[in-house]
Design a protein around this ligand. Structure first.
Ligand code: NAD
Length: 487
């Protein structure tokens, strides 16, 4: 079996304990992973704190930090095929997706490399003639970054890139499900030449997560995962009072009006829900379709869903691979059963196939006559689309916002004024109009409500890892006047 190591304080080391990682396509163990305990987490945080306070990291110019990030970007690009193969092996995400996504991850590092020396302070026209006042933007300190199993390289790039550009140091905890690509990525961090302790990468489960998020030296927790874990993390941050940014799940509405280009919308819907085997936070998992085109649209979707190539994730022709874990598949089976009991109708799919691996077919559930079906509110995080029909634009908007989540949304219409009304009305961090699932390092990404409250991507994400220091400098040579009068 392959073996992976932690990366702490510039050194690769075996974990305090180990566990076996399963190949989701076969359901069998393929690699031995380190499992961090609280003591290892503490060593990683101490290393990150030392690197933050002592040289050479704080002594590097922002431009020099940017150069290291450029180097890392080039290494990620060159290693993309190897990283993609590992991610596919360890998480079941199909090679077609991991290859394209990891090549694009390099662009995130490039974007933040360029941004490193463009994080500026400000000079303030203060209302006191003998004072110069300016603001410095300084890095907050040690960042605890925690990611789930899906797209770990991508989800860590949107944390590491801005945090390092801002001058922070990082302890990154990979998910205990499918950590191989991040543990391998640590080799690229090392090769790029980041000073020891600036980036530490380990894996472990909730215990390691708790030790990290409650550590007194952590200044910012950047978390991607589910809302339940997020609640634990917010409680843990009551100990260290760290800043917290949360990128959580979704039940994103995908709204199709009767004037939409149905073929284009159907392709976008297939990508929106079946890509990544549905294990995507922005999955367009709630189709809201206008009554008059419902049958025509569902017929197209059913045909496309049934034509999807399901198979081994490492074959380039595969379009839907296995889920990452058996636990994930069991959750989906349970949620479908509860929804069918509430009156939902299975249009296609709905049953896990027999045989090895954690496979589940593309599934469409019509919940139009089952408004209480949990499939309309709970996140599957799998290839299951819940459908509800509507009659009017006002109803579409009300249904779109009838959710505790608020991450993404899609609107398909040819009517420009209606598109603008929907853009204004939808409560979500992203509105895609006549497209779905587009991302870019330049564009902020995040949600509302149960979808969390951070924004990743773009300039604002780098500023999130800084704090403003106000500097007052007295320019007068006169003695300070009456000390008891506030100036
Ligand atoms: P999860 O919340 O179970 O786990 C995420 C991470 O948190 C893992 O690394 C896990 O080890 C760690 N963790 C678990 N318990 C912890 C604790 N008590 N303290 C600290 N860390 C702890 O999530 P998951 O099931 O692995 O991932 C799926 C979820 O992630 C879905 O809800 C999905 O929508 C969400 N997600 C969101 C985004 C986004 O950007 N908004 C992206 C991808 C996934």
């Amino acid at each position: 079996m392959d073996r992976f190591q932690h990366y702490i304080d510039g050194r690769f080391e075996d974990g305090a304990a180990t566990f076996e990682s399963l190949d989701p396509a076969r359901g069998t163990a393929w690699a031995v992973m380190p499992l961090a305990d609280a003591a290892e987490v503490d060593r990683a945080v101490q290393a990150a704190e030392r690197a933050f306070v002592q040289g050479p990291w704080p002594g590097l110019t922002a431009t020099a930090r940017g150069k290291l990030l450029y180097r890392l970007a080039d290494l990620v690009q060159a290693a993309a095929p190897r990283l993609a193969a590992l991610e596919t092996r360890d998480t079941g995400k199909i090679l077609r997706e991991t290859s394209a996504q990891i090549a694009y991850v390099a662009e995130y590092y490039r974007y933040y490399a360029g941004l490193a020396d463009k994080i500026e302070g400000a000079h303030l026209p203060v209302d006191k003639p003998d004072m110069e006042v300016w603001l410095r933007r300084e890095p907050v300190g040690v960042v605890a970054a925690i990611v789930p199993w899906n797209s770990q390289l991508f989800l860590s790039a949107v944390k590491l890139g801005p945090a390092l550009a801002a001058g922070c140091t990082v302890v990154l905890k990979a998910s205990e499900d499918g950590p191989a690509p991040l543990l391998e990525f640590a080799r690229l961090v090392h090769e790029a030449g980041f000073p020891p302790g600036v980036v530490n990468i380990l894996t472990g489960g909730p215990d390691a997560g708790r030790a990290l998020t409650s550590h007194p030296l952590v200044a910012h927790i950047a978390f991607t995962g589910g809302p339940e874990t997020a609640r634990h993390i917010v409680r843990a941050s009551a100990d260290n009072l760290a800043r917290v940014s949360l990128e959580l799940g979704g039940k994103s509405p995908f709204i199709v009006f009767d004037d939409a280009d149905l073929d284009s919308a159907a392709n976008a819907q297939v990508a929106g829900i079946f890509a990544a085997t549905g294990q995507s936070c922005v999955a367009g998992s709630r189709l809201l379709v206008q009554d008059s085109v419902k049958e025509a649209f569902l017929a197209r979707l059913k045909a496309k869903a049934e034509a999807v190539a399901i198979g081994a994730p490492d074959r380039m022709e595969t379009e839907v691979g296995p889920l990452c874990t058996a636990r994930q598949r069991d959750r989906i089976v349970d949620l479908i059963a509860r929804s069918v009991a509430a009156g939902a109708r299975v249009i296609t799919g709905g049953r896990a196939p027999a045989g090895a691996g954690f496979y589940f077919p593309p599934t469409i559930l019509d919940c139009s006559d089952a408004p209480e079906a949990p499939a309309l509110n709970e996140e599957f995080f799998g290839p299951v689309l819940s459908v509800r029909s509507f009659a009017t634009e006002a109803e579409a908007l009300a249904l779109a916002n009838d959710t505790a989540f608020g991450l993404a949304s899609g609107v398909f219409t040819q009517n420009l004024t209606r598109a603008h009304r929907m853009i204004r009305g939808i409560r979500a961090g992203i509105v895609w109009v006549n497209t779905y699932r587009a991302v870019s390092p330049i564009v902020p990404f995040g949600g509302h409500g149960l979808s969390g409250h951070g924004r990743e991507g773009g300039l604002a994400a780098a500023l999130d890892y800084t704090a403003v220091k106000a500097v007052w400098l007295r320019t007068s040579d006169d003695p300070i006047p009456d000390p008891f009068v506030m100036r």
